[in-house]
Design a protein around this ligand. Structure first.
Ligand SMILES: Cc1ncc(COP(=O)(O)O)c(C=O)c1O
Length: 433
């Protein structure tokens, strides 16, 4: 039992609520992680808040014109009607078309019609319902998004096997630790099945595989399937498209995994949350792909997912789905998204430039990063939480401590002009602690 859950149980002990809690109810807690730390930063670091996964410009969230213009014009049908359990058909088709455009190696027939869910988090949780329980192990990057442990371990009782994906085993390693990933997959394969989640661009490291690394990952999965194990690969593509270096593979790994082998089931969980700058709209999509996934398999999997949706949230938000339809068909969207991408890439480059100009910090070592919203430092001889608290209380800078060893900085939430000063303060403060 997580100590935070035990604390809550102790508070409720002897009360009617405490006596009535289910075993899941007893296991649940609210982590002192990203959301809690971000709430602190909202109060103490309103201007230099690098905690949360949203993109702002001059203090305002980015918003596409298709959304701001359409919001007041939605019809009654687009606003208040129930959406079908797996989403509005037209929206699902439009999202599938967009997937095929963004991932040219995808084959339309080999993948299901994306099902709409209320956010990527919900999609991940539904996949946990369908494919994981107390008997399963899920390979994930270490570090990974902190919500994975709440979803997979606390809710479903599965074991998370954290693997140091990001050059952790050798200080000279720059990118993915392919050997460590391969060793973990080979070991899990001995049980007859492997479950793994890939989140690229990654939260919290900000890393996405180069083309060569993507090839290596696909080879490992193929060889493992040929060796006889069943493999579930969940692609959490929350930050898809925010690739800042030329050598990064532009397609989701899902595109290749969906047609790789009969023993590989690939699942893409993605959505407009970050891709289209609509964090609070709460809509996302789940798409299945596997070589030899027949129409009847697609239908049955779709119905299983609908069971998970129906029994928990009933359906996804109707206006959000229609707004996404407008985003996808608005001729202004492509140019606006390109401009937002360039804005974020400018911030990324400013961070890369700072880090390159200040090598060999005695206490902070940046993990490899090339994409997404974040970058993270490994802290050596320094507690990341102490650094976070000092930055927050003495300098009004909001960052996230992930355990004692990692400090995450959301550069996507900072204006480019703030970056040199904020990173300068982070380096100086860490140096003094
Ligand atoms: C890796 C990862 N997956 C999923 C999500 C959540 O996405 P959504 O807001 O659509 O639930 C986030 C958001 O922070 C994330 O970082």
């Amino acid at each position: 039992m997580n100590p935070l859950a035990s604390e809550l149980n102790a508070v409720l002990a002897g009360s009617v609520s405490g006596r009535l809690l289910s075993s899941l109810g007893r296991r649940l807690f609210f982590p002192r992680g990203i959301i809690a730390q971000s709430n602190e930063a909202k109060l103490l670091a309103p201007v230099k808040n690098a905690t949360i996964g949203m993109a702002f410009h001059n203090g305002q969230p980015l918003i596409l014109s298709a959304i701001s213009d359409a919001m007041p014009t939605l019809s009654a049908k687009e606003t208040v009607t129930y959406a079908p359990t797996a989403g509005v058909e037209e929206v699902r088709k439009a999202w599938k078309d967009s997937l095929l455009k963004k991932n040219p190696s995808l084959k339309a027939d080999g993948i299901t019609l994306p099902a709409a869910v209320p956010g990527i988090t919900a999609g991940i949780s539904f996949m946990a319902d369908l494919f994981l329980d107390e008997t399963s192990t899920l390979i994930t990057s270490d570090p990974c998004w902190d919500n994975y442990s709440l979803i997979f371990s606390e809710r479903r009782g599965a074991k998370l096997r954290g693997v140091p994906f990001f050059g952790a085993t050798s200080s000279s390693a720059q990118g993915l630790d392919i050997a460590a990933i391969s060793a973990a997959i080979r070991e899990e394969a001995k049980t007859g099945s492997v479950r793994i989640i890939f989140n690229f661009p990654n939260n919290p490291s900000g890393y996405a595989p180069t083309r060569a690394e993507a090839d290596a990952l696909v080879d490992i999965i193929r060889e493992t399937a040929e060796g006889g194990a069943d493999i579930l690969v969940i692609c959490d593509d929350a930050y898809f498209g925010l690739f800042y270096e030329d050598d990064i593979s532009r397609e989701s790994l899902f595109g290749r995994l969906a047609t790789l082998h009969e023993k590989v089931l690939a699942i893409k969980i993605d959505g407009p949350t970050k891709e289209d700058y609509v964090w609070g709209l709460r809509v996302a999509f789940v798409t299945f792909g596997s070589l030899g996934l027949l129409a009847e398999h697609q239908d049955a999997l779709g119905k299983k997912l609908m069971g998970a949706i129906r029994s928990s949230v009933s359906c996804a938000n109707t206006p959000a789905q229609y707004l996404i339809l407008k985003v996808l068909s608005d001729p202004r969207t492509a140019a606006e998204k390109q401009a937002n991408y360039e804005l974020l890439r400018g911030r990324y480059r400013a961070v890369q430039a700072f880090v390159a100009q200040h090598p060999d910090h005695p206490k902070l070592s940046p993990m490899p990063f090339n994409s997404g919203y974040f970058m993270s430092f490994r802290c050596k001889g320094l507690d990341a939480e102490v650094l976070r608290q000092t930055l927050l209380k003495e300098h009004g800078i909001g960052t996230i401590a992930l355990g004692p060893g990692i400090l995450r900085v959301a550069f996507a939430a900072l204006d480019e002009e703030q970056i040199a000063e904020i990173y300068g303060t982070i380096y100086e403060t860490a140096g003094k602690l």
